[in-house]
Write a protein that binds this ligand. Structure first.
Ligand SMILES: O=P(O)(O)O[C@H]1O[C@H](CO)[C@@H](O)[C@H]1O
Ligand SMILES: O=c1cc[nH]c(=O)[nH]1
Length: 240
């Protein structure tokens, strides 16, 4: 039994969709055939079923890299081979508007977790086959939504303290979006031999004021999350 997920590895499919929010996990899982819950403990809610005839799991990892890392490590222990994160993020570029999608090709390691796992120069990169599969699946599922591909940033901070967010320098460097778990996913996947990728629905422009207007519970976001979920499900079953 996987200790924190409380999932029996024998019941765990080798292809997994992960997301922060347990309710989003339930929503994505509801699209599967033969859907069943295979675990529930803390923020980790796990489901299994089939998508277009292929066994897939959906697991929530909560907010932030350390808790998510526990999830990703236990999925690796359970024999998982392909993981795609279906997340939300703030935009770093004005042309990437609310409701757009971003496929992360790599993530800047501004989190604390990965610096305790690997040296500073170790890259956090998505698997190229997973990125390709996400781009391919976007063609069929994104319809009128704009889809971007590029570097994202992972931060530990959601509400700032007395220090300023590092948004401006990364906006200038061409980073597309900011979220809180991609580096943990990409580094742990590299260490444990899993293929990982991430697609993000944009919930606003990330400047110092974003958190005052932050609202991921709108119709525009629901549409983007629906589209990215279908894209990720199609992609996760095509990666070999
Ligand atoms: O929507 P999820 O997948 O949780 O992703 C983003 O949303 C959370 C912050 O509200 C963080 O977990 C961040 O990475
Ligand atoms: O970390 C996050 C997640 C969503 N939106 C943000 O602005 N930041």
């Amino acid at each position: 039994m996987l200790t924190n997920l409380k999932v029996d590895p024998e019941q765990l499919p080798k292809r997994v969709i992960v997301c922060g929010d347990p309710k989003r996990a339930a929503l994505i899982a509801s699209k599967l055939d033969d859907q069943r819950q295979i675990g529930e403990n803390r923020e980790y809610h796990s489901y299994a079923g089939t998508w277009k005839g292929v066994e897939v799991a959906v697991v929530s990892h909560g907010v932030g890299a350390p808790g998510a890392a526990v999830c990703f490590e236990e999925l690796a222990k359970g024999g998982v081979q392909v993981i795609i994160r279906v997340g939300t993020a703030g935009s770093y570029q004005k042309e990437i508007e609310t409701g757009s999608l971003v496929i992360s090709s790599a993530a800047v390691r501004q989190d604390g977790l990965t610096s305790q796992l690997v040296p500073a120069g170790f890259p956090a990169v998505a698997n190229r086959h997973v990125v390709d599969a996400l781009v391919q699946a976007s063609g069929a599922n994104a319809s009128d939504l704009k889809v971007f591909e590029g570097i994202t940033l992972t931060l530990d901070v959601f509400y700032s303290g007395v220090l300023e967010f590092p948004h401006k320098q990364y906006q200038k460097a061409g980073v597309l979006a900011v979220e809180m778990e991609n580096t943990a996913l990409f580094v742990i996947a590299a260490l444990r031999g899993m293929k990982a990728g991430s697609i993000l629905a944009i919930d606003g422009y990330a400047d110092a004021d974003l958190l005052e207007s932050y609202n991921p519970h709108t119709d525009v976001m629901a549409k983007a999350i629906e589209a990215e979920s279908l894209i990720a499900l199609d992609a996760v079953i095509t990666v070999s």
